[in-house]
Design a protein around this ligand. Sequence first.
Ligand code: PMP
Length: 384
Amino acid sequence: MIPGPVEVSPAVLAAAAGPPPGHTSPRLIEAFGRSLELLREAVQADASSQPFLLAGSGTLAMEIAAANLLEPGEGALVVSTGYFSDRMAEILRRYGAQVVQVAAPVGAAPAAEEVRDALARQGPFKALFATHVDTSTGVRVDPEPLCRVAREAGVLSVFDGVCATAGERFFLEDWGADVYFTASQKALGLPPGLALLVASQRALTTRTLRQAPPPPLFLDWDSWLPIHRAYEERRPSYFATPATSLVMALEVGLDELLADGIDARVERHARAASGMRAAWKALGLRQVPRSEAETGNTLSVLLYPDGVDAALLPKVAARGVVIAGGLHPAIRTTSFRVGHMGYAVTRPDYLRRTVEAVAEALRELGVSVDREGAVAALEGVVRG
Ligand code: PMP
């Protein structure tokens, strides 16, 4: 129950465990092509958008967005809500961008008006970057108003959905967003190893109009576009070897999560999150995000109660549940994190065992908690 990599479903596990197909095998071509189509559905993108699917982790997807959209010297505004927004800023700086960060105190997201002011006063900017859910703070931004202020200012909008895709709503087409990138190992419910990205026509045109030397070969959309188009047309193609076993798993995973539509999957995450929050409250635990609206569905970032520290984690693990410590430097030693995304949200028994394990571990550390009350609070929201 760490915030990724997560448990995967039996069907995903079986698909990943099959004999690895070659990159031109009909099975692989079909899985690749269909995965691209399903990815559009997961972020509600129209047919003119281009999904990309590469071997790599979420950080590779961040690099790809920076490398293709920014030329040295151009401005990038980063909406900072935690450790991963800071990483985005660092990546952008390494590509030569002039980076301005608009931050809020730990646990909060900057208001869209503040971002609009910064876009107007501190530019010129080429693009705005925001982390949909930052895994170090649990803070969720509201992408829609950010897309709006970006469009009004004539800048591209780019979202890090690594800890959000399939767990939070995103409407790439309706909101006029330009890039949504993610990775396989979180709410998508797959093993780690795939960097995924959906780019709008406007984003693709930005790469076409680039004046500076091209991005590194592996990161360049121009290297990958013919291959992705070929796979979508169900033709064999090659630029660099895809992670074929993971692509086989991706098709199965996306089929599972879209079986009842993306809305149903997001709703399932929202319900799991709400149940877990009710349980934490019943245990007297405080969360890092300062409001419900700023709290992501995919994980809980919680403060240790008085007298408790990271000694909690092995005591939870001894009960068969693995949770994670703090990550953001300001709350690294005072917070811990529990993922509730992907396959886990289809397993009320996982959620219950997690609440029980945390409650029992707290008790062992001398905190008086109501384990049964917490389980009842969870089950009042999430039923088996
Ligand atoms: N962005 C967010 C919001 C993340 O949670 C992570 C990983 N935890 C990353 C980016 C980087 O992804 P990866 O570790 O797969 O490189």
